[in-house]
Design a protein around this ligand. Structure first.
Ligand code: SF4
Length: 297
């Protein structure tokens, strides 16, 4: 089995608990969600997007209608969108061929080639983190991660984060492997989707899945919610309570919605104040401040 991934790149972690940590990102292909409503301004527009079972938000649909697939040669040449899922080319099957299909040997060589010294733990002992992101990295690719982590050239890898929408159960084999693997510090960066995404509560808020992640021996986890307006703070409270009722207690980060750096600066302060009032943590989008909204950051 080969891994399909849209990009791998070296950057600093821009969000959540490890902000600023030099990390290699591996963006796997495929997601069970579409999150069509992110950044769509009005409730009317949001509703229209969902009418007649639309599969794409207006921006992605316009790209497809305009022949973007035929016109574009590489993943990196695909335009950035400002609404819906910001990694649209990693989730829609139409964009599958812009993604790479590689054996684990090839993936490992690619990942290591991105690190400053061709290894995870540098000569001075500082380590580079590996972030598995997507799409949704805990879909069927779970089957390949044991091979990835057990690869001889990954032996000095110390920190792995899964950036997950927290809807996918761990396969038994993978769960057992993680429970018995001591050299990697594993973190679940859990980003459940609120209604602002366009996904439904029942599909998106899965306390039993979060509980399963929390039970992996020696692992760490935190929640990271994307919020757009005051109503979303109430939803975060409701979600956190649902997770707590399932026995999951961990730090909660809030991150303002926004793919465009100018949009981002509009609501940063509101989100920070809401965090201070409730004891939540504020997460910036450091990579956007540093590099703008672009692939490979
Ligand atoms: S869960 Fe994440 S990757 Fe999946 S559609 Fe939503 S924003 Fe995109």
């Amino acid at each position: 089995m080969k891994l399909r991934y849209s990009e791998a790149f070296y950057s600093v972690q821009g969000e959540g608990q490890f902000v600023g940590v030099p990390s290699v990102f591996l963006r796997t292909f495929g997601c069970n969600f579409r999150c069509m409503n992110f950044g769509v301004d009005t409730k009317k527009d949001r509703w229209e997007q969902h009418a007649e079972g639309q599969r794409y938000n207006a921006e992605v649909k316009a790209l497809l209608d305009d022949g973007i697939i035929e016109k574009t040669k590489t993943f990196e040449d695909l335009p950035i969108v400002h609404t819906g899922c910001d990694t649209y080319a990693s989730i829609y099957p139409e964009f599958k061929d812009f993604n790479k299909l590689a054996t684990i040997d090839e993936v490992v060589e690619h990942l290591l080639s991105l690190t400053p010294q061709g290894k995870w733990t540098q000569d001075d002992g500082q380590d580079i983190h590996l972030i598995l992101t997507g799409g949704e990295p805990l879909l069927a690719w779970q089957r390949l991660y044991v091979e990835l982590f057990e690869h001889p050239r990954m032996a000095d890898l110390k920190n792995v984060t899964f950036e997950t929408n927290t809807t996918q159960h761990l396969h038994d084999d993978f769960y057992n492997y993680l429970n018995n693997h001591e050299t990697i510090k594993l973190t679940f960066s859990c980003s459940p989707k609120l209604s602002v995404s366009g996904e439904s509560w029942d599909d998106a808020i899965k306390p039993d899945v979060a509980r399963e992640y929390s039970l992996v021996d020696g692992s760490d986890m935190y929640f990271k919610f994307v919020v757009a307006d005051q109503e979303d703070f109430n939803e975060v409270e409701r979600a956190v309570e649902a997770y707590r009722n399932a026995g999951v207690q961990c730090p909660v980060y809030l991150m303002p919605l926004g793919g465009r750096s100018e949009e981002y600066s509009l609501n940063v302060k509101d989100v920070a104040e809401a965090c201070m009032a409730r004891g939540w943590r504020f997460s910036p989008r450091l990579h956007i401040s540093l590099f703008g909204n672009a692939w490979g950051t």
